[in-house]
Structure formats: C-alpha cells, structure tokens
Design a binder for this molecule. Structure first.
Ligand code: HEM
Length: 169
C-alpha cells in the first residue's frame, strides 16, 4: 500500500514538474513572444509566470527525491552505500539517474535563484537608463539554462524507464 502510494506520488510529481516545464516552453513562451509589444514585456511576463511555477517545481523535485530514495531503499533494497559502489543493472541505472538529478538540482537552483532574479532586477530598475544589451545577454543565459535543464530532465525520464524496464538496446 505504502509502495503503491510512493510510486503514485513519484509519478504525479514527475508529470507536474516535466509537464509544467514543457507547457512553458512549447505554449507560454511562444504566445508571450508573439503577443507582447516588446521583447522586454514578454520577458517580464515570463518572469512572473516562472516565479509562480517556482514553488510548484521545487515541491515536485523535493517529493521526487524523497519518494525516489524511499522506493530505492525500501522496495528495491538499494541503500545509499550501494549507490557509491553497488553492482548490477538497477544500481548502475540508479547511479546515472541520481547523478542527473543532482545536475538538475544545480541547474534549477542557478536558474531560479540567481540568473532569473537578476534578470527581473534588471528589468524592474527604475530611474536608471535601461541597458537593453545587458538585459538581452542575461535573458539569453536564462533561456539557455532553462533549455538545458529541460533536456537533462528528459534524460532523467529516459533513465527512469530503463531503471525498471531494462534497456531497449
Ligand atoms: C534522487 C532522485 C530519485 C530517485 C532515487 C528515484 C528512484 C526511483 C525508483 C527506485 C523508481 C522505481 C519505482 C518502482 O516502480 O518501484 C523510480 C521510478 C521512476 N522515476 Fe524516479 N527517482 C528519482 C528522481 C526522479 C525524477 C527527478 C524523475 C523525473 C523525471 C523521476 C521519474 C521516474 C519515473 C517516470 C519512474 C517510473 C519508471 C517506470 O515505471 O518505468 N524520478 N524512480
């Protein structure tokens, strides 16, 4: 019962987190770019949307790590020690997955708490001339970081499937 509940929470968190990022990239970003009267307005709007999604994303990531570690140790009997030296397909796939999750956590933190807020500060500076070049440089860094993060998140998904269902190759 607890096992099924943990898998349900794990999958639901993955759906909300990855689904949210895909919706942002595939739907909200193009619509904001097309409808705003200037690129800066679009960036401001996307910044607000990003800030609204931020707690949702971090709660999902937290739940993924907690339920993931619970599933690995309680159901699959792979402890933290095995993660650093264990053998077998499942352990190796889990090592890759946890490594990728660590990368995602770092990229998300830099995006959400460093570069994103810096861009917002630049856009909301009042009483000073707007430095368009600096804003565009920062925006480009934020966008590329978000794309990279999404790619690594999708790689986590691929490894997650191979973890329990084996390699297709
Ligand atoms: C430290 C972090 C994580 C650990 C330790 C972990 C561990 C696990 C384990 C042990 C399972 C097997 C569950 C079972 O069916 O018994 C699993 C499945 C799964 N995980 Fe994670 N996970 C982590 C993070 C993530 C993240 C960030 C995602 C989102 C992309 C994710 C997506 C999935 C999916 C989709 C499955 C189902 C795979 C399938 O049934 O084919 N996991 N995870």
């Amino acid at each position: 019962m607890l096992y099924q509940l943990a898998v349900l929470i794990h999958l639901l968190s993955a759906i909300v987190w990855i689904g949210g990022m895909l919706f942002l990239v595939l739907v909200l970003v193009p619509v904001a770019r097309r409808s705003a009267d200037s690129p800066e307005r679009a960036t401001r709007l996307l910044g607000q949307i990003g800030r609204q999604f931020r707690p949702v994303g971090w709660v999902c990531l937290g739940l993924l790590v907690l339920t993931g570690l619970y599933l690995a140790t309680d159901h699959w009997r792979v402890g933290l020690v095995d993660l650093f030296g264990g053998a077998g397909w499942f352990v190796h796939a889990l090592q890759v997955k946890v490594g990728l999750v660590a990368v995602v956590l770092v990229l998300s933190a830099v995006h959400d708490f460093v570069l994103g807020p810096k861009l917002t500060t630049l856009l909301e500076r009042r009483g000073e001339p707007v430095d368009i070049k600096r804003i565009r440089r920062n925006r480009s860094a934020v966008v590329w970081l978000a794309r990279l993060n999404l790619l690594v998140a999708l790689a986590v998904l691929v490894v997650a499937v191979m973890l329990t269902r084996g390699s297709p190759l």
